[in-house]
Write a protein that binds this ligand. Structure first.
Ligand SMILES: *Cc1c(COP(=O)(O)O)cnc(C)c1O
Length: 224
């Protein structure tokens, strides 16, 4: 099936209020161009230099989301271009993004990543670590805007398990919305759901799904 057809099928499945981040990591710019011609404008990348190269080569109305693990020494590559950083998993990273955004004269939208899966290898705050971090650092950031939360469910076929994890993240999102972020209506994004579980994520309250292989097919090897 063509990219256009698969993209269309995913877009059709999105209710109002849910946006698609088409995960284009490792794919060449021509592939992104195909999705762009079909009207897709939000793309997700996981390597800083790759995002920069694609930004430079592609139309400027694309909204670039950084969805991977961000190393502090790579922040500078993406700060001028990135619309949203999904994977903030430490106070230190948030503070570094704030510092670079200040230098660039920008305010950068960020999502805090929570660890909701069973696998130890996945990144993110625990719910308690996140509460503590927010309580200890009451709005000291002037150049990052925390727009919501992000999480990845366990890599399993057990749909009940996946639902339970997404539901826990949604519940935590509602909690923060009425506590730490009660005065910030822009805290309104919940990034959860990938190719194999985006429909479950939508049912549990996702506002941003990050879908790659379901649209673009298997990823080529990393080039950066
Ligand atoms: C690669 C990636 C995706 C997309 O995965 P698919 O299974 O191809 O849809 C989504 N989120 C994150 C954080 C990723 O790294």
């Amino acid at each position: 099936m063509s990219i256009a057809t698969q993209l269309y099928e995913v877009q059709q499945a999105l209710p109002q209020g849910v946006r698609l981040v088409a995960v284009s990591k490792f794919h060449p710019k021509e592939t992104i161009g195909e999705a762009y011609r079909e009207g897709q404008r939000i793309f997700g990348e996981s390597r800083a230099q790759e995002l920069k190269a694609k930004y430079e080569a592609l139309p400027k109305d694309i909204e670039w989301h950084f969805i991977g693990t961000l190393q502090t020494n790579k922040i500078k590559y993406i700060i001028p271009y990135v619309a949203m950083i999904h994977g903030i998993d430490s106070y230190k990273l948030l503070a570094e993004v704030d510092k670079h955004a200040q230098k660039a004269g920008r305010i950068v939208d960020c999502l805090l990543q929570l660890h909701i899966a069973q696998e130890e290898t996945k990144f993110g705050f625990s719910f308690n670590e996140c509460r503590d971090m927010l309580n200890e650092n009451r709005q000291p950031w002037e150049h990052v805007r925390i727009r919501g939360l992000m999480g990845m469910a366990s890599d399993t076929d057990n749909e009940e398990q996946i639902k339970k994890e997404f539901c826990a993240l949604y519940t935590f999102f509602r909690e923060l919305k009425s506590t730490s972020f009660a005065a910030q209506p822009t805290f309104n994004e919940l990034s959860m759901g990938m190719s194999h579980d985006y429909q479950l994520a939508i049912a549990e309250g996702s506002t941003l799904v990050r879908v790659g292989s379901r649209i673009f097919g298997q990823r080529p090897a990393a080039r950066f």
